[in-house]
Write a protein that binds this ligand. Structure first.
Ligand code: FMN
Length: 363
């Protein structure tokens, strides 16, 4: 078995990134830090970065995400400051009208000479969207994806057709013209973990993101996603795995780092995230992925499935994740986006070739 995968970085546009702890390494959620991370990612050879859309900070002593950057404006500045790496911005289709985003992405296509991509999300946290005054109780989880289907259909029409008259269930445009057209169709991605979310990705996107790891449950989910896409007649849908990696010189050192982060776990923050989902009227329909950020029974400060180990151990475990999960790409979360990213690029990714997984510099 061998695979050639893309590797990217889930960039920390929110304070403390994805470690819910008072012991998180320096991650201020500032533009200067994110710019540094992205320019280093480009120099290290990473294929892409993805900036999430964060609107609301969390309660608790770690002040998690209390400082965060807006995704698309950050994407604009990052595209201007780089020359090769692909940059994905994120939009909540429940927040922005489609014609607005079609125009903004066409503009970003010019700023980044065809390197912009778009991560499309619906949003399941009541508190995150109510914070903007934009929670819509009329739509349940699956209906939000119905709306999203129409949203993306309209955006694609605006990117490709001269005059767009659209009258649908959710949106209408009258004699809409939009120029410039993007130089190529921007890559579209979605991270819907539910069956309805995966259907949305298969119908509308180039890539589906899923939470990934080397455990049997994660491998099965990754393969099911690929299988579901094939069954829907979309064999070209790529699947990329989101993985949290915690490296160290030795397995013990890496584990000690995680133990230190967990010693400072911010339970108030985890409870606040859970409260955001609980107040969603169709909370019962929430996918496991939505709930993975709430810490689980273990009340862990990192998302489930974290890979902890030496650079060698991580090479093996990431290879199993990619090979057995039939993944086309990996997107990394790390504790320290300066030191850890460089070490993973220089010490772990090259070792993965031993296991038949090539990426970055091996191409
Ligand atoms: C890689 C990745 C990126 C995501 N980015 C965002 C984001 O920026 N903003 C957000 O509100 N949700 C984000 N999510 C959550 C998903 O959009 C989705 O709501 C979640 O995975 C649950 O899936 P479902 O909507 O099919 O139930 C992300 C999830 C993943 C795995």
């Amino acid at each position: 078995m061998s695979r050639n995968i893309e590797v990217g970085v889930f960039i920390p546009v929110g304070k403390n990134g994805w470690i819910h702890s008072v012991n998180t390494p320096y991650t201020p959620g500032s533009f200067q830090h994110v710019l540094d991370v992205v320019q280093r990612s480009e120099a290290l050879g990473f294929d892409f970065v993805l900036s999430p859309a964060i609107w609301r900070g969390r309660k608790g002593p770690s002040r998690h995400w209390m400082d965060s950057l807006e995704s698309l404006t950050t994407t604009a500045a990052l595209l201007q400051a780089t020359s090769r790496i692909e940059i994905f911005g994120t939009v909540h289709m429940t927040v922005f009208p489609p014609a607005t985003i079609a125009k903004m992405i066409a503009t970003l296509d010019q700023i980044g000479a065809g390197r912009v991509g778009l991560n499309l999300v619906t949003g399941s946290s009541y508190l995150d969207l109510a914070h903007l005054g934009l929670w819509n109780d009329e739509l349940n989880h699956d209906e939000r994806y119905d709306m999203a289907d129409e949203w993306v259909h309209l955006v694609k029409r605006l990117w490709t057709e001269e005059i767009v008259d659209h009258k649908g269930r959710f949106f209408a445009t009258e004699a809409a013209t939009m120029g410039p057209k993007p130089s190529r169709m921007p890559k579209l991605v979605n991270a819907g973990a539910s069956p309805r979310g995966i259907k949305f990705a298969a119908d509308n996107c180039d890539i589906a993101f899923i939470s990934a790891s080397d455990g049997p449950k994660f491998i099965a989910t990754a393969r099911q996603c690929k299988e579901a896409a094939r069954a829907m007649g979309k064999p070209n849908l790529k699947t990329f795995g989101l993985v949290t990696v915690i490296p160290g010189e030795t397995d013990a050192e890496a584990q000690a780092r995680l133990d230190h982060f967990n010693a400072g776990v911010d339970r108030e923050c985890l409870a606040d995230i859970a409260a955001g989902y609980e107040q969603n009227r169709s909370a019962k329909a929430l996918s496991e992925a939505s709930l993975s950020l709430t810490g689980g029974e273990k009340q862990s400060c990192v998302m489930p499935g974290e890979l902890v180990g030496s650079y060698e151990t991580l090479a093996r475990r990431l290879s199993v994740t990619a090979l057995e999960g039939e993944l086309d790409g990996l997107m990394l979360v790390v504790p320290d986006y300066i030191e850890d990213l460089a070490a993973i690029a220089n010490r772990t990714l090259p070792l993965m070739e031993r296991y038949g997984v090539s990426s970055l510099r091996s191409r």
